[in-house]
Design a protein around this ligand. Structure first.
Ligand code: APR
Length: 318
């Protein structure tokens, strides 16, 4: 078990995270920081703390507007940042459009981590995902095993859900992988999608899989449109928790994570979603999946998008 998990940002995703960390007993203590007045973080944590006798949890909660509540954390999950919302005309902005605002917030996040828990493993969720992780890495100089982004677990889960629904099977029977950046050109890897070990094409037609993969790429925007006031929060939080759990319990689980590539997949010094073995050390190994030609081309296109957003980061925060 971890000693303490620091959660940065106590909004929609942060709220689910702290509830689940306490319910699952993932760490001895949770520290929540949120700058929102009057005392959002304290309010959320007090509410949960008062319910701990009901769910028989002895996980302690500390909260505040100051980053000092992160002191002693061996893991930090970062959710600080604005989410997407529909524009007045009903259209949905891209995640990349959050960059300017969320980059400034990430500067505060990095300063807080550096000061109060410099050795913590970082799982970052704020968008645009790959570029924010890249910025955090540049600011913190963390070992690459200890800084990762949550996106692939969520995107793969969305793909799995749509496949299970269409095939009329349990979600548990579907294995899937979505790689690349967490943007509109993320890459669902059909050749890795299996239903109970059998190729997905045995169950679903090409047309149906094409539609499912298109829906997967736009799944975040679909939820933003329906909610009207923000973006998906339960599934992103559960995805980050799956990563945190694999690390906390040294499970050696293979999960798609946004990780620093240094030559793998032909990519150098960029954070992109790839399958990783997660254990006590964080990212213990990056797995190079065998992609077919179409998947390789799609992956390169997605990497090009991440490259251009990171170039923007370099320009905005040289
Ligand atoms: N330090 C700490 N918390 C901050 C800071 C900061 N510098 N700046 C903003 N926050 C807090 C906000 O006060 C808010 O409570 O981050 C919280 C974000 O919560 P929501 O607005 O509910 O957003 P959420 O849906 O949780 O998404 C957070 O994750 O998936 C991404 O695109 C999403 O970038 C967004 C992030």
């Amino acid at each position: 078990m971890l000693k303490k998990i620091g959660v940065i940002g106590g909004g929609n995703i942060g709220g689910v995270l702290i509830q689940e960390i306490v319910r699952r007993g993932l760490a001895g203590c949770v520290g929540l920081v949120d700058i929102l007045p009057p005392e959002l973080a304290k309010g959320k944590c007090l509410d949960i703390a008062e319910g701990t006798p009901i769910i028989a949890s002895d996980v302690k909660l500390v909260a505040g507007k100051e980053y000092s509540v992160l002191a002693g954390a061996d893991m930090v999950i970062n959710t600080a940042g604005v989410p997407r919302k529909p524009r007045p005309d009903g259209t949905i902005p891209s995640r990349e459009e959050l960059l300017v605002t969320n980059l400034k917030i990430t500067d505060q996040v990095a300063d807080g981590i550096k000061k109060h828990c410099p050795g913590a493993i970082i799982i970052s969720i704020a968008n645009p995902l790959d570029a924010i992780v890249y910025h955090l890495y540049r600011k913190l100089g963390h070992p690459k095993a200890k800084i990762l982004g949550m996106a692939g677990v969520l995107d793969s889960s969305r793909y799995r859900y749509f496949v299970a629904e269409a095939a009329g099977v349990s979600v548990e029977s579907v294995e899937a992988l979505v790689l690349g950046g967490h943007g509109d050109d993320m890459v669902p890897i059909r050749s890795c999608c299996r239903i109970a070990g059998m190729p997905v094409e045995k169950f679903l037609s090409t047309e149906s899989l094409d539609a499912i993969e298109k829906r997967t790429r736009g799944a975040g925007a679909e939820v933003v449109k329906l909610l009207g006031s923000g973006s998906a929060f339960a599934s992103p939080a559960w995805a980050a928790l799956a990563m945190a759990e694999a690390i906390a319990h040294d499970r050696k689980k293979i999960l798609a994570c946004c990780a620093l590539l240094e030559g793998e997949y032909g990519v150098d010094r960029l954070f992109v979603g790839v399958p990783c073995i997660l254990g006590a050390g964080g990212i213990e190994r990056i797995i190079e999946a065998d992609l077919n030609e179409a998947e390789r081309v799609a992956f390169q296109k997605s990497v090009a998008s991440v490259t251009s957003t990171c170039a923007e980061v370099d320009k905005l925060a040289p």
